[in-house]
Each structure stands twice: as structure tokens, then as C-alpha cells.
Design a protein around this ligand. Structure first.
Ligand code: HDE
Length: 712
């Protein structure tokens, strides 16, 4: 505990029996006793002794040796020496936020879970987003899967939905997870590459394991370079069960849909951001919450009745398969809003411990063999990462319910249990704590009594054997520009693979079974012969395309929270900037004024215009769109400024909307660019809506071939 803690409310330590069920901020309140605010507090040692000198070690004379008896210095250095804990084996790089979940209505027909019954109730949540491959300090915008882990602090205990931003996974059985992770992690001899999968061991493994084909094509798509954490979908991946008060079970797949729409970076931008702003995603999330642009997702489920389990041409238990939304639409259950940043990254984001096995009455597992393995792994890993089995007592992990049982002692125990009986049944403490029978509401947890009659064997079900039809469905469902990005991503990644036999195996034995054109294009880029046939018979799926998979169909339709860079120099037309700012504000979007340096500029009518940053300080990759106001002098200066010209050119290359006002049209001549659907000249207040409509499209995809210098 920190030196300046206020006196701790002891009832918090013992776990309180009083739960204010109406209190929406119950989780935050329950953490208050653990928060330390040093304002107006004396500096003290961990034993509470006030410190007089925090600048000098105790020594023999001003120039003499230091003394071992300096307990103040030794306590401080010893604590410092042990400040780090092991990072997560996977998902080490992440960031998190607090918020709440609120259901739209009572979902009692589906589940008895208490947090899904009362629309007036706000259930506190803590969410951690992460990348998978890289270490704690790696870049945010690398090509990778993103973790999307939500802890619901419900009145019936914690429910952790530990999902990803892609709906399938690389393997079908948990026993393969260490193999997969060893392959994707940086190579063991030189620990390269950090944060990515473009290396031999990853492609060696996935080219030998065809069940990975579907997930790998997701990882090669734009989904692996999300624009922001706020613009990602989330998926529970596995099939779960929901159980209602009558004990009726339905299979469900969990979904999160972002309110700002689902969209991505372009690859060149993602790579540049990884260098220029390693923290791009965590900064965006932090700033959005600070500005009051609270990120929001709709929570929903695809529901499959128990009796329909075998109705599909894939197995519901196979985590490499989706249920296309066209076959089973998503039923919305409620919304999640993130509205509070953590106070302390380590205490909250680093120490939060998720586990798919944390479920509440009304929710249960399926027999997905990947999920079954995860139920063991997460608690096990916390024991070494968080130093013992008492990690549930860390403030961020504490349930808002009382916690009483016979578990005692172990490393870092903070609860001071008062009773004498740490066993059950007992007669010494009146038999407390006692079991609660299962019931329709607020009952004890009861597993779904699924009947199983089978042999104990190590065997994969035949129904898990088609590895390509959904990978093909995904590819076929992409818009033309998304397909181009997938081809480019495979070509880029495999181009980094040194062993040619691995490249060839991926092309001939995996890609050729997904789509021959895809395989042929990638082969060409790698200088390999194009395959003429696949190696297996791929069953025809019941759907040819699933439009719900394409991000082209997942935009929000507005420009809320989008950011526009306004490029200025001395002599700029100040009035149009005011008009733009107002118009953006009305749409819920933001503008930043950027100058040649961070110094203010003087407008054409002699006013001082403060700038938010220099163009170099906030490069175009940090914005959604660029606006260049007119003003003869300003445009003359910008036309001679390499940084400004590069700014516009880079935004053009990254397919962003660019609006030129008045004399700014001169930049088209300087840069040899022509107007298009998103590069608009003569923009003034009357046609801002045209500019905004281009921003709402997220990118000007029609420009892509031209921007790359490829004939359209
Ligand atoms: Fe994880 N995973 N995982 N995983 N996973 C971990 O748990 C594991 C899988 C996911 O923000 C670890 O606390 C196994 C699928 C997220 O703290 C570890 C298997 C999905 C996070 C672990 C899987 C995930 C983790 C590392 C195969 C999507 C970060 C640290 C059977 C549905 C949670 C930790 C956070 C973290 C094991 C597969 C998502 C080692 C054995 C599938 C979002 O326990």
C-alpha cells in the first residue's frame, strides 16, 4: 500500500455484506478505500514514518560512504527493485477504461442473468483492449488481432467476456495454443520481429495447420489494423449458453458493435504511426474519454435454439467458424459506454485479471475444446503473473458482491477473516457461510445439466474438418478494395519469410484452397508459379457472400468524433476557420489548427490566430481529413513549405478527405493532383456538407489505385 493512504475502511478489507444494489457507481465506490490521493499529505515511509530528507542518502560525512542503516533509502530502493511484474504471455500490450453496461429491456426469455433484466440498472464494467503478439512497450498499430476483454461487475458476481476483435481463432483445440503462440511470438534467437506476424516461424506453423486459414485471412484483412479501439467490433468467439429461469438453454455468440462504425487504418499509415506515435490507440481512447466523446458499443447475441444445434453446415463448437449474420441476425441486448479513464495504469490496467471461467447464473459454457482449455489457463497464469491465488482481492478485480468462503491465507492475502471455521459444514460459526440453492433469481450457480454419453478419447470431431469454406466466404464478401488489401498483406508478410518452401506451402496448400485468384496474385508478387488447383475439395457453403463481414457496410454514416487538420500560415483567412470549427462542432467532430511552427500566426485581417501544434508535431496520419483555408500569403507560404506539401500529399495517399478553400486550390497545381470525390476545391461554408459527406465515407477508396501510381 502507498505511504499516504487515507485510513482504510476495514469493512472493505473483510468484504462487506452490504451491497447497494441501486448504486450505479458501486464499483467505483468500492474502490475508493483503495485510492491514494497525496494532496496535502506528508511524505512517509511504508511504515508511516514522516520523511525529513528525500534527497540524500545517510552517509559518513558529506563526501563519505553510505550507511547500511539508512532504512529510508533501502526501503525505497528495495520497493523500486521489484516494481515490475511479469507481463502477460500474450496480450501484454494493452490499455483500459471504466464504464457501464445497461440493457435495453428485460431479456428473461433468454437468460436469468440479473444484469440483463432491469433497463434502469447500470452495471459497472472495466474493459481492457490489447494486441496479442508484442511486449508491453510495443506499438499500437501493428498488424495483429486485438483483445477485447470486458469485466462486468454484476450483482451476482463478476462476468468476464474475454473476446477479440475477430470472431474466430487460429486453432480448434487448446492443446495447440502454446505451439501457436511460440510460432507467432518474436523468433527465439534474436527476438525479432516485435509486434507482428511477418516472419518464418508464424508462417511455418500456419501453413502446416490448415485450421488456421480462416483466422489468418482475417488477420491479413483491414480488421488487423483498426483505426481506433473505439471503432472495433468485439466477439466472444466461442459459442456459449444462456439459460433462463425455467432452465431452458440456448446457444449464443456474443457481439459488440461500435457506435462510431467499424473502420481501419491503411497499411502505410499504420506502419508510420507505429513509429511516430507508438501510443496512437491508447492515446485516442484516453483523449476521447477526457473530451466526453464516450466510446459506446451495442452488445448483442446470435441465438440458436438448443434443438437447432446441428442445423448448420459447420459445427457450433468449432471456434474457427462464424455463424453468418445473414443466417442468424444479432439480437441487441444493451449498450456499453466507457466514461472514465483509470487513475493508475499499473493498479488497474496491468493488474486486472480476466478469465473466461468467470460467469454468473444464466450464462454457461459450450463444449468448444478451445474454450474448455481457456477455462483452466487464465487463473493459472495469474498465479505467476500476480504472485499467488489472491489476485481477486486486488481492488480492480474485486467483485461488488460480498465474498465469503473457506479459502484462506496464501501470498498477499489482504482479507482479515474473522470467523473460526474455514470449512463447511461447520457448527462453530452457525454454519456460515452457507450454500444458496439454485433459483430463478439470485440463486446459487448451477451448471447446465447437459447429458453426455461418449467414450473418453483424444479425437477431433469430423464436423471440424472443413477449414476453407468460411475463409472463402470471408474473401468473397469483401469489397474490391478490401480484397486488394488482403492480397497486399499476404504478399507483404510472406515477402518477409526467408524460407521459400514456407512461402510456397502457404500459397499452394492454403491460399489455393481459399481462392485461386487470391493465390495467383500473391504468388505473382512473390515470384512463385501460380497454382492451378487447390489441394482439397472445399464444400460449398450455404451462403456465397455475407455482406455483414465487409467494413464497407459498417460505417456509422456520420462524422462524430472525427478529427480535421487545418493548415495555416501568416496571411490565412481566419473567418473560414471559425465557420469550419462551428460546423464541425455541430456534427460532433473536432478541428486542430496547425502552423509551420507552434507559434501563433497572423490572419489576413491582422488578427493573432493561436495554433494547436506544428504540422510536424501532429502529422496527417493523426487526422481523418485536412482542410486548407485560403489567404494569398498563407497559400504562398505553404506552397514553399516541404512539410506542408508533404502533409497534403500524405493525406491524399492515405485516401483522406481534403478540402481546399479559395487560393488553396493552387496546391493542386503544386502537387500535380486532380480533384476527386474526396479532394474538393472551392470549399466554403455553403458546401461544408460535401466535405463532411466525404469524411463520413472514411476513405476515398476510388482514389487508391491512382494514389499508389497503379493505373486504375
Ligand atoms: Fe487468451 N490468454 N488464450 N484468448 N486472451 C490470455 O491470460 C489462452 C484465446 C484473450 O486483457 C492469457 O491473463 C489459451 C481466445 C484476451 O488481460 C492466457 C487459449 C481468445 C486476453 C491466455 C487462448 C482469447 C487473453 C495471458 C487457447 C478470444 C487478454 C494473460 C485455449 C476469444 C486479457 C492472461 C487481458 C489472455 C490463454 C485463446 C482472448 C495465457 C490457453 C480464443 C483478450 O491465460
Amino acid at each position: 500500500m502507498s505511504t499516504n493512504n487515507p485510513p482504510v475502511d476495514k469493512s472493505q478489507l473483510a468484504g462487506t455484506d452490504t451491497l447497494d444494489r441501486g448504486n450505479t457507481n458501486a464499483k467505483l465506490d468500492s474502490l475508493e478505500a483503495f485510492r491514494s490521493d497525496a494532496t496535502e499529505q506528508a511524505l512517509r515511509t511504508n511504515q508511516g514514518v514522516k520523511i525529513a530528507d528525500n534527497q540524500n542518502t545517510l552517509r559518513v560525512g558529506a563526501r563519505g560512504p553510505s550507511l547500511l542503516e539508512d532504512f529510508i533509502m533501502r526501503e525505497k530502493i528495495t520497493h523500486f527493485d521489484h516494481e515490475r511484474i511479469p507481463e502477460r504471455i500474450v496480450h501484454a500490450r494493452g490499455t483500459g477504461a471504466h464504464g457501464y453496461f445497461q440493457c435495453y429491456e428485460a431479456h428473461s426469455a433468454l437468460t436469468k442473468a440479473g444484469f440483463l433484466q432491469d433497463p434502469s440498472k447500470k452495471t459497472p464494467v472495466f474493459v481492457r483492449f490489447s494486441t496479442v503478439q508484442g511486449p508491453r512497450g510495443s506499438g499500437d498499430t501493428v498488424r495483429d488481432v486485438r483483445g477485447f476483454a470486458v469485466k462486468f461487475f454484476t450483482d451476482e458476481g463478476n462476468f468476464d467476456l474475454v473476446g477479440n476483435n475477430m470472431p474466430v481463432f487460429f486453432i480448434q483445440d487448446a492443446i495447440k495454443f502454446p505451439d501457436f503462440v511460440h510460432a507467432v511470438k518474436p523468433e527465439p534467437h534474436n527476438e525479432i520481429p516485435t509486434g507482428g506476424s511477418a516472419h518464418d516461424t508464424f508462417w511455418d506453423f500456419v501453413s502446416l495447420v490448415p485450421e488456421s486459414a480462416h483466422m489468418v485471412i482475417w488477420a491479413m484483412s483491414d480488421r488487423a489494423i483498426p483505426k481506433s479501439l473505439r471503432s472495433m467490433q468485439g466477439f466472444g468467439v466461442h459459442t456459449f449458453r444462456m439459460i433462463n429461469a425455467e432452465g431452458r438453454s440456448s446457444f449464443v455468440k456474443f457481439h459488440w458493435r461500435p457506435k462510431v462504425g467499424t473502420c481501419s487504418l491503411v497499411w502505410d499509415e499504420a506502419q508510420k504511426l507505429a513509429g511516430k506515435d507508438t501510443d496512437y490507440h491508447r492515446r485516442d481512447l484516453w483523449e476521447a474519454i477526457e473530451m466526453g466523446d464516450y466510446p459506446e458499443w451495442e452488445f448483442g447475441v446470435q441465438i440458436v435454439a438448443e434443438e437447432d444445434e446441428h442445423k448448420f453446415d459447420f459445427d457450433l463448437l468449432d471456434p474457427t467458424k462464424i455463424i453468418p449474420e445473414e443466417l442468424v441476425p444479432i439480437t441487441p441486448l444493451g449498450k456499453m459506454v466507457l466514461n472514465r479513464n483509470p487513475d493508475n495504469f499499473f493498479a488497474e490496467v496491468e493488474q486486472v485479471a480476466f478469465c473466461p471461467g468467470h460467469i454468473v447464473p444464466g450464462i454457461d459454457f459450450s463444449n468448444d475444446p478451445l474454450l474448455q482449455g481457456r477455462l483452466f489457463s487464465y487463473t493459472d497464469t495469474q498465479i505467476s503473473r500476480l504472485g499467488g491465488p489472491n489476485f481477486h482481492e486486488l481492488p480492480i478485480n474485486r467483485a461488488i458482491t460480498p465474498v465469503h468462503n473457506g479459502q484462506r491465507d496464501a501470498m498477499h492475502r489482504t482479507t482479515i477473516d474473522k470467523g473460526r471455521a474455514s470449512y463447511e459444514p461447520n457448527s462453530i460459526d452457525g454454519g456460515w457461510p452457507k450454500e444458496t440453492p439454485p433459483g430463478p433469481q439470485d440463486g446459487g450457480f448451477e451448471s447446465y445439466p447437459e447429458r453426455i454419453d461418449a467414450h473418453k478419447i483424444r479425437q477431433r470431431s469430423d464436423s471440424f474438418s472443413d477449414h476453407f469454406s468460411q475463409a472463402r466466404l470471408f474473401y468473397k464478401s469483401m469489397s474490391p478494395h478490401e480484397q486488394e488489401h488482403i492480397i497486399a498483406a499476404y504478399s507483404f508478410e510472406l515477402g518477409k519469410v526467408e524460407r521459400e518452401f514456407i512461402r510456397a506451402r502457404q500459397v499452394n496448400e492454403i491460399l489455393a484452397n481459399i481462392d485461386l485468384e487470391l493465390a495467383g496474385r500473391v504468388a505473382k508478387n512473390l515470384g512463385l508459379p501460380a497454382p492451378t488447383a487447390g489441394t482439397v475439395d472445399v464444400p460449398t457453403p450455404s451462403l456465397e457472400k455475407s455482406p455483414a463481414l465487409s467494413q464497407a457496410n459498417l460505417l456509422s454514416g456520420d462524422i462524430k468524433t472525427r478529427k480535421v487538420a487545418v493548415l495555416v500560415a501568416d496571411g490565412v483567412d481566419g473567418a473560414i476557420i471559425d465557420a469550419l470549427k462551428q460546423a464541425l462542432k455541430a456534427e460532433g467532430a473536432h478541428a486542430k489548427v496547425l502552423g509551420p511552427t507552434s507559434a501563433p500566426v497572423t490572419t489576413a485581417d491582422g488578427q493573432t490566430l493561436p495554433v494547436d501544434a506544428s504540422m510536424e508535431g501532429m502529422p496527417s496520419i493523426a487526422f481523418d481529413a485536412v482542410f486548407v483555408p485560403g489567404g494569398a500569403e498563407s497559400i504562398k507560404a505553404l506552397s514553399r513549405d516541404g512539410v506542408a506539401l508533404h502533409y497534403v500529399l500524405e493525406a491524399y495517399k492515405h485516401l483522406k478527405a481534403i478540402a481546399l478553400h479559395g487560393e488553396a486550390r493552387q496546391l493542386l497545381v503544386e502537387l500535380k493532383l486532380g480533384v476527386d470525390a474526396g479532394l474538393i476545391e472551392d470549399v466554403d461554408a455553403s458546401n461544408f456538407p460535401r466535405f463532411f459527406a466525404a469524411i463520413a465515407q472514411h476513405r476515398v477508396w476510388g482514389r487508391e489505385a491512382k494514389a499508389k501510381g497503379v493505373p486504375a
